[in-house]
Design a binder for this molecule. Structure first.
Ligand code: SF4
Length: 400
């Protein structure tokens, strides 16, 4: 299994597979063919359907600043090597001097056909979470200790950079107001939610309201094409920072412990990415929000000192009750249902930890089993519900 670093990528929203991945692909392709006088990019599948709403063209242009680029869109889904496929061609005097098929495989990661990238380096010998837990139990390791044992010594430095970027996104989002871009007329709500305390509000209601405000803040920053951290994707980037920010800012947990919790979240996201998918275009929103919810539940359980069985169970519950969740962004924008969904998933992660604390001893379904279930469900899902904006809320919105 690869490094957990690739789960957390810092980049511009609104969609890791439609902006961060294509941006990285364009940058890499430009470095390969710096002498081209123009580039042609053909977008296939989900990138062709929702690339416009997800600002894919802008992301590619920012990876090839100043370059002349023409775009083609091919809607066909069948026979594609990946639902998010791009063909990059370098042109000189109208002739193709080089080309690459590049796949945006989710969470901002890319894969070039027939090539292995640095990101592909194997870091963990274990294949799934069960094997990792077994390794920890035999040696008396916590999950964070397990991670530091296999990752490079600079992982914590990287996690600190990630955490700083997450906090910046929360703070910027809480301060911002106005209408989000794209034409839907969606108003930013984070600031309102944060400041709108009800009369006689109970501590539980306050906690949920504040965490939801943090999730809105980050997700609205994402929708506004600002810098966020994939966790594991841009569309689901508000869940983990919301809960971790609350735990540090409102509950006083030290930063060192937050970084350990982020490492645990990264491990869960990494297992899902490796054995299933974190891409809405491949497996629907269960792969994005379900994964974020699962990562957050594991992080919170770890932060609260729960044992590794409880952490596994929290992650399992959080994924299990997002199974079947479709991806149907209205107008192809990462706004409805995405922003609200981040807030709901943050609260759901807390409930998963509360259940796992008491019920872990009698659990019947393992985390690895639910990950496999999510993948199979995603593969069975009608293509309309896999980030094409042709089904669900997206379809209803167009037809009313
Ligand atoms: S519905 Fe879910 S998977 Fe689809 S774009 Fe929104 S957050 Fe991502």
């Amino acid at each position: 299994m690869k490094s957990i670093k690739s789960v957390f990528k810092i980049g511009n929203g609104p969609s890791s597979s439609h902006t961060v991945g294509p941006h990285n692909a364009a940058k890499l392709f430009g470095e390969r063919y710096p002498d081209a006088d123009a580039y042609r990019v053909t977008l296939f599948g989900s990138l062709a359907y929702t690339g416009e709403g997800h600002c894919t063209g802008k992301a590619i242009q920012s990876g090839l600043p100043g370059a002349e680029i023409c775009y083609n869109r091919e809607m066909k889904e069948e026979d594609l090597p990946h639902p998010n496929t791009m063909l990059f061609e370098a042109l000189s005097d109208g002739r193709v001097i080089g080309s690459d098929w590049i796949f945006s495989i989710g969470g901002g990661s890319i894969r070039i056909q027939n090539e292995e990238s640095d990101e592909e380096r194997e870091v963990y010998p274990q294949k799934n979470l069960s094997q990792m837990l077994h390794f920890c139990e035999e040696r008396g390791l916590s999950l964070a200790q397990f991670i530091y044992r296999f990752e490079d010594p600079y992982l914590r430095v990287y996690l600190k950079t990630v955490w700083d970027a997450m906090q910046d996104a929360v703070r910027r989002g809480l301060a911002a107001e106005g209408i989000l871009p794209g034409g839907l007329g969606v108003t930013r709500k984070a600031k309102l939610l944060y400041e709108k305390r009800c009369y006689n509000e109970s501590p539980d209601v306050t906690m949920n309201r504040v965490i939801a405000a943090y999730a809105y803040a980050v997700s609205e920053e994402n929708a506004d094409e600002n810098i966020v951290v994939t966790s594991p994707t841009c569309g689901a980037c508000g869940v983990l920072p919301a809960v971790m920010y609350y735990m540090q800012n409102d509950r006083g947990f030290p930063e060192d412990e937050i970084l350990d919790a982020l490492a645990v979240a990264g491990l869960i996201g990494n297992v899902i990415r490796t054995n299933a998918s974190i891409s809405g275009a491949e497996c629907g929103c269960q792969a994005e929000i379900g994964s974020a919810c699962s990562m957050t539940a594991a992080a919170l359980a770890s932060l609260n000192g729960l044992n590794i069985d409880q952490i596994e169970y929290a992650a399992e519950i959080a994924m299990e009750h997002n199974l079947g969740l479709t991806c149907d962004p209205v107008n192809g924008l990462v706004q409805i249902p995405c922003i609200e969904r981040n807030a709901v998933a943050a609260m759901r992660a807390i409930s998963a930890v509360n259940l796992s604390r008491f019920l872990y001893a009698n659990r019947k379904i393992s985390f690895d089993e639910v990950v496999e279930t999510m993948y199979r469900t995603g593969k069975d899902m009608n293509e309309k519900y896999r980030e094409t904006s042709h089904g669900g809320l997206a379809q209803i919105y167009y037809s009313v």
